[in-house]
Design a protein around this ligand. Structure first.
Ligand code: GLN
Length: 486
C-alpha cells in the first residue's frame, strides 16, 4: 500500500477498498519506525482527525480526487497544529496561527496531513545537512545525503513514508533531492504557486511545488496547489488549468534542446551515461535532439550566490527575538539581545549567507556585486529565450554526480554550491523544471544511487513538461524501482 501512487490510492479510497483512516494509520506506523529522520514533527491525533473528516467526505460523495490521500509538508510551509520550524533552532518551537495557502488548498481538497518534513535550515543547502534537526538519510543508501534542501520530502516519497509531499525550490531544492532519491518533482514557473505562508528565503526565486512518484501524480497535486493568491504580490493571475490534460499527448516531432554546457568535464561519466540513455529513449518516442548552448551557465553560481544571500539577509532580519521565535535567555540590553538571539538561533550556513548578503548590499559594494548580478540574471533568462526558439524543451542532468556521502562536503560550502550548477539558472530565469528518475550510478558505491533527468520548459509550460515526463514513465520503469526493504 505504501508504494502505491496517488492515482491508485484515490481509486482505492473512492471504491471504499480502504479508508482514509486506515491509510493514515498505515503511514503513521511506517513513519514512527523509520530511522531516516525525514520528519520533524508528527502528531498522530491531528492526522487521524483529518482522516476521519476525509472519510466523512468520501461517504457523503462530496470528495475530490485527492480526498483521503495522505500528504506531508516541507517544514517551510506554515501549518496550524504542526510546528513550523524551517529546520532552524530559531523556530524550533514555533506554532503558526495560520496555514500557508498551499496547505489550505490541500486541506480544502481533503488531503490528510501526515506531518512536517525535514529540510535544510531556511531551505539553504544541497544535502539536508544544514538542518537543526540533523541530516536526513537517503533511503537508497543510508550513507548518502538525500539532497537538499527538500531532503525530507524526497526521502519520504522514496521510502514509502508518504505518497505525496510539498517542497520548495529556490535554486534546485525540488529537482536535486528528487534526483538523488529517485522520485519525481516539479518546480513550477515562478508565481504559479502561492508563497503566502512559505517561510521566505529568497523571495524573487522561491517557488513551491510537489514531489511524488510519478509525473501523473505531480499533475494531480499541482492542480490543487497552483493558482492566483491575492496575499502573494508576485502570484500570477491566470485562468485555472488542468495539468493532467496533456499527459497522453504523443511526443512525435518534439524538439529537445541538449545544452552543450550541461555535458562538460564536470559531469560524472555515470550520470552522463544515464542521461544520454534517457535522451535515446525520447528519440524512440519520436523526439529529435537539437544541440543548443546556454553560454552563461557557469555564471549562474556566482550570480545566485549573490542574489539569494542578499534577499535572505533582508528576509531573515525579522528574526530578532521580539516578534517570534527564539530569544536568548540572558542579555544586557536590546542590541545584546539581538546579537545573542541571532547567534544562538541561526546555524553556520544561514549566518554565512546573512553576512554575504549584507556585504553585497552595502554601500560601495551594491553596484559592484548586487547590481552586476541582477544584470547577468537578465542575460541568463535571455539565453533560455534564445534556446526556446530552437527547441520545445531542454534536457540534461539535474546534478553533476549522484548523491555523495553524508559529511563529504559538510565543511566545504563552495563544494556544495558548485553542485547546483545545472539547477540555478532555471530558478534565476523563473522557468519551470522537473526531475524524473532515469537510472543509477555505476561502480560498487554508486550502483544504488539514482540519477535524475532534468526537463526545463518555457514559462507556464508545466502541462507540457508533465506530458513529456509521463510519456517517458510509460515506457521505462525507473520511477517504479524501490530502495531495498521498501
Ligand atoms: N542549494 C541551493 C542553496 O543552497 C538551493 C536551495 C534551494 O533551492 N532552496 O541555496
Amino acid at each position: 500500500m505504501h508504494t502505491k501512487t496517488i492515482k491508485q490510492l484515490s481509486a482505492l479510497l473512492h471504491s471504499k477498498q480502504i479508508s482514509a483512516t486506515e491509510l493514515a494509520t498505515l503511514f503513521l506506523a511506517r513513519m514512527q519506525s523509520s530511522d531516516l529522520n525525514a520528519y520533524t514533527h508528527i502528531d498522530e491525533a491531528l492526522t487521524l482527525e483529518q482522516a476521519a473528516a476525509a472519510d466523512r467526505r468520501l461517504a457523503s460523495g462530496d470528495s475530490t480526487a485527492l480526498t483521503g490521500v495522505p500528504i506531508a509538508h516541507k517544514d517551510i510551509f506554515v501549518t496550524r497544529g504542526w510546528r513550523s520550524t524551517a529546520g532552524s533552532r530559531m523556530l524550533a518551537n514555533y506554532n503558526s496561527p495560520f496555514d500557508a495557502t498551499v496547505v489550505e488548498q490541500f486541506n480544502a481538497a481533503g488531503m490528510v496531513t501526515l506531518g512536517k518534513l525535514n529540510c535544510d535550515e531556511f531551505a539553504m543547502g544541497s544535502s539536508n545537512e544544514n538542518s537543526f534537526f540533523g541530516p536526513v538519510k537517503n533511503p537508497w543508501d543510508t550513507r548518502a545525503v538525500p539532497g537538499g534542501s527538500s531532503g525530507g520530502s524526497a526521502a519520504a516519497i522514496a521510502a514509502g513514508l508518504a505518497p505525496a509531499a510539498t517542497a520548495t525550490d529556490t535554486g534546485g531544492s525540488i529537482r536535486q533531492p528528487a534526483s538523488h532519491c529517485g522520485v519525481t518533482g516539479i518546480k513550477p514557473t515562478y508565481g504559479r504557486v502561492s508563497r503566502f505562508g512559505m517561510i521566505a528565503f529568497a523571495s524573487s526565486l522561491d517557488q513551491g511545488g510537489p514531489i511524488a512518484r510519478t509525473a501523473e501524480d505531480c499533475a494531480l497535486l499541482l492542480n490543487a496547489m497552483a493558482g492566483f493568491d491575492p496575499r502573494d504580490s508576485t502570484s500570477v493571475e491566470r485562468a485555472p488549468e488542468d495539468f493532467s490534460r496533456d499527459l497522453n499527448n504523443s511526443l512525435a516531432g518534439l524538439k529537445i534542446g541538449v545544452p552543450r554546457e550541461y555535458f562538460g568535464p564536470g559531469l560524472a561519466p555515470d550520470v552522463e551515461q544515464a542521461v544520454r540513455a534517457a535522451l535515446k529513449e525520447y528519440e524512440k518516442l519520436g523526439a529529435t535532439l537539437v544541440d543548443i548552448s546556454l553560454p552563461k551557465t557557469e555564471l549562474s553560481i556566482p550570480v545566485y550566490y549573490v542574489i539569494a544571500p542578499a534577499e535572505a539577509s533582508s528576509n531573515l532580519s525579522r528574526f530578532d527575538g521580539v516578534r517570534y521565535g527564539h530569544r536568548a535567555s540572558q542579555y544586557s540590553d536590546l542590541s545584546d539581545m539581538y546579537k545573542k538571539t541571532r547567534s544562538e538561533g541561526f546555524g553556520e550556513e544561514v549566518k554565512r549567507r546573512i553576512l554575504v548578503g549584507a556585504y553585497v548590499l552595502s554601500h560601495g559594494y551594491y553596484d559592484a556585486y548586487y547590481l552586476q548580478a541582477q544584470k547577468i540574471r537578465r542575460l541568463i533568462a535571455q539565453d533560455f529565450q534564445q534556446a526556446f526558439t530552437q527547441c520545445d524543451v531542454i534536457m540534461g542532468p539535474v546534478s553533476p554526480t549522484v548523491a555523495w556521502d553524508l559529511g563529504d562536503k559538510a565543511d566545504d560550502p563552495v563544494a556544495n554550491y558548485l553542485a547546483d550548477i545545472f539547477t540555478l539558472s532555471t530558478s534565476l530565469a523563473g522557468l519551470p523544471g522537473m526531475s524524473i528518475p532515469c537510472g543509477f550510478g555505476q561502480g560498487e558505491k554508486n550502483a544504488r544511487r539514482p540519477v535524475g533527468l532534468q526537463l526545463i520548459g518555457n514559462y507556464f509550460s508545466e502541462a507540457k513538461l508533465l506530458n513529456i515526463a509521463h510519456q517517458y514513465q510509460g515506457v521505462t520503469d525507473w520511477h517504479q524501482r524501490r530502495p531495498e526493504g521498501v
